[in-house]
Write a protein that binds this ligand. Structure first.
Ligand code: ATP
Ligand code: MG
Length: 283
């Protein structure tokens, strides 16, 4: 198992222990906010991600997706619970371990692949390697190797705005290949793109994944994207709980509760129209 999360809680505020107590008594996120000002972001979240899997976190705005993602590399400190990466307990890591983990093991991708406009393609890919103390030659080899994999070796001295959207995305991809991190945390990476480019980027990532087999946790609130990208999908509810984990067809055909069913109404349409798949049998 690549990633294992056990009973994870995150409460934002000065007195999380108060909020934890009230949670145990069965109060809702809203009631706890009203009573104490503490914000319950995620509660009792457990799941495992297999090596090479694309695991999608889906849920409405505020359901705790970004918080959960950031607890994995400790950009956010969980209130309680466990996070294991290959059996290493992330919550127990000291500053140094954590730095190595973020550098070597876990990469994070935010909206779009965020290239620096005043750096060349070569220098953009080099970004992730610079802080690693590698020799100039080693860096050059890694960057050129990555550019070759994505078919951009001839563009090394160009600037991002001289490339098409799809090519820019490949530069971002090359950066990930160059750093060699096994785990990718992607927080709505394509959220800012228009639908056509977005679809292209999704396709590129899926194609790339076939070659490099990263373990990816992918956040989205877009159903079609979740179904397309996810080997499995976890659905978070507004209370910050995971209410269901499964393949897209598990979730569409056997929604765990009404909240999931509301989501799947859209998915049902997507299955029927977008994919020309057989419509699920609960229609
Ligand atoms: N730094 C913070 N301080 C206090 N509360 C926060 C903080 N970050 C998030 N929250 C709260 O935690 C809850 C979960 O937020 P989070 O950003 O994780 O949700 P999300 O699912 O990523 O939402 P979105 O889809 O809008 O990005 C929300 O109620 C939010 O108000
Ligand atoms: Mg978010």
């Amino acid at each position: 198992m690549m990633i294992r999360i056990e009973n994870l809680y995150k409460i934002y505020g000065k007195h999380p222990e108060k909020a934890m107590e009230l949670l145990k008594k069965g109060l809702t996120k809203e009631q706890i906010k009203e009573k104490t000002g503490e914000v319950v972001a995620i509660q009792d979240v457990s799941f495992e991600v297999k090596r090479g899997e694309i695991f999608v976190l889906m849920g409405l705005s505020g359901s705790g997706k970004s918080t959960l993602l950031r607890c994995i590399n400790r950009l956010v400190e969980a209130t309680s619970g466990k996070v294991y990466i290959e059996d290493g307990d992330v919550v127990k890591m000291d500053k140094n371990d954590l730095m190595m983990l973020r550098r070597k093991k876990i990469g994070m991708v935010f909206q779009s692949f965020a290239l620096l406009p005043f750096r060349t393609v070569f220098d953009n890919v080099k970004l992730g390697l610079e802080i690693d103390g590698l020799g100039e030659n080693e860096i050059k080899n890694k960057v050129m190797e990555a550019l070759e994999i994505v078919g951009l070796e001839g563009w090394r001295d160009s600037y991002p705005d001289e490339l098409s959207g799809g090519m820019q995305q490949r530069v971002g991809t090359a950066r990930v290949i160059a750093t060699g991190q096994e785990i990718l945390l992607m927080d709505e990476p394509f959220g800012a793109l228009d639908p056509l480019i977005r679809r292209m980027n999704q396709d590129e990532l899926l194609e790339l994944e076939k070659r490099i087999h990263k373990t990816i946790i992918f956040v989205t609130h877009d159903l079609a994207e979740a179904v397309k990208m996810g080997d499995r999908i976890a659905i978070m509810n507004p209370e910050g709980k995971i209410v269901q984990i499964g393949t897209s067809s598990d979730i569409v055909n056997h929604p765990a509760d009404n909240y999931v069913r509301d989501f799947t109404r859209d998915m049902v349409r997507f299955f029927a129209v977008g994919r020309k798949k057989k419509a699920p049998d609960n229609l």
